[in-house]
Design a binder for this molecule. Structure first.
Ligand code: A3P
Length: 287
């Protein structure tokens, strides 16, 4: 199917119709944030599912019951998606939610609340690769074409939630003071325990060493891959075809090296660097 049939336009951003509607976007706009709400914000394919696994135990004393019994989309809902109006009022406070929205499209009450944000950024080359495979396996997304064609769409921002650089810049420039914590997917791969400690500190929470160990262990790629509440195996095959790709696919950094030719890498790097040149954004993956 063509993009137009599968997506809707929201303030110039393409959003998938399968999970977004005018009603859900209206609901998001009218959402009343509580001061103890926590929003995990990501550009798609940057670790959203990981955050949906991490936040409930961090906020609720290390308790893993929620992550073992409730599907990720109902446990830590996307505030802009169609499930939000059904589940948002049922989740225990402090509430955890996720969003792919750029900063400027956050709902009005977010700006007047003290709700906190954890923004996870991922190397855009690995985001692109992850997204390419996701487009192949998800029937509600358009066919990605060749990797080179999909790269051109990604660089032009003609993909879901627009340009990666616009998203990252919007949140890096966010005027939120102590209300925002920036982490990267790569840091989480290298030292999940260290990042979880930073998150706990940011959230003003504490866990015993044993509880933290058990959250770290539970949130490993290997364990999440076998958690049916998080690995998307509850989704019917006609919607997500696991024969084409898993949702929790490789869970590594650097898979882009298996997909990019030297020429494509040069073009991609030059475009991203140019778009970030006026920002002070430096990422670990700049090598
Ligand atoms: P890959 O396709 O590169 O494997 P999102 O949840 O934002 O859609 O992002 C999905 C990406 O995050 C997938 O990347 C997925 O494997 C990865 N991911 C999810 N949980 C992870 C974990 N515990 N460890 C490492 N990567 C994880």
């Amino acid at each position: 199917m063509a993009d137009a049939e599968l997506s809707l336009l929201y303030h110039g951003l393409l959003l998938p119709k399968a999970t977004h509607s005018q009603e859900s976007l209206d609901y998001m706009q009218k959402l009343t944030f509580k001061d103890d709400d926590v929003v995990g914000v990501t550009y798609p394919k940057s670790g959203t599912t990981w955050i949906q696994e991490i936040l409930p135990p961090l906020l609720h004393g290390g308790d893993l019951t929620e992550v073992k019994t409730i599907p990720n989309w109902d446990r830590v809902p996307w505030m802009e998606e169609t499930r939000a109006p059904l589940v948002m009022d049922k989740i225990p406070s402090p509430r955890a939610m996720v969003s792919h929205m750029p900063y400027q499209l956050m709902p009005p009450s977010f700006f007047t609340s003290k709700a906190k944000v954890i923004y996870v950024a991922r190397n855009p080359k690995d985001v692109l690769v992850s997204s390419f495979h996701f487009h192949k396996m998800a029937s509600f997304l358009d066919e990605p074409g060749t990797f080179e064609e999909f790269t051109d769409k990604f660089l032009a921002g003609k993909v879901l939630f627009g340009k990666w650089t616009d998203h990252v810049k919007s949140w890096r420039n966010a005027d939120l003071g102590e209300r925002i914590l920036h982490v990267t997917y790569e840091e989480m791969i290298l030292d999940l325990r260290g990042v979880l400690k930073r998150m706990l500190n940011f959230l003003g929470r504490q866990l015993t060493t044993e509880a933290l160990d058990s959250v770290v262990n539970h949130c490993s790629f290997k364990n999440m891959k076998t958690n049916n509440m998080s690995n998307y195996s509850l989704v019917p095959e006609e919607i997500m075809d696991f024969k084409k790709s898993s949702f929790l696919r490789k869970g590594i950094s650097g898979d882009w090296k298996n997909h990019f030719s030297p020429e494509l890498d040069e073009k991609f790097t030059a475009t991203i660097q140019e778009e970030l040149k006026d920002s002070n954004i430096k990422f670990l993956w700049d090598d």
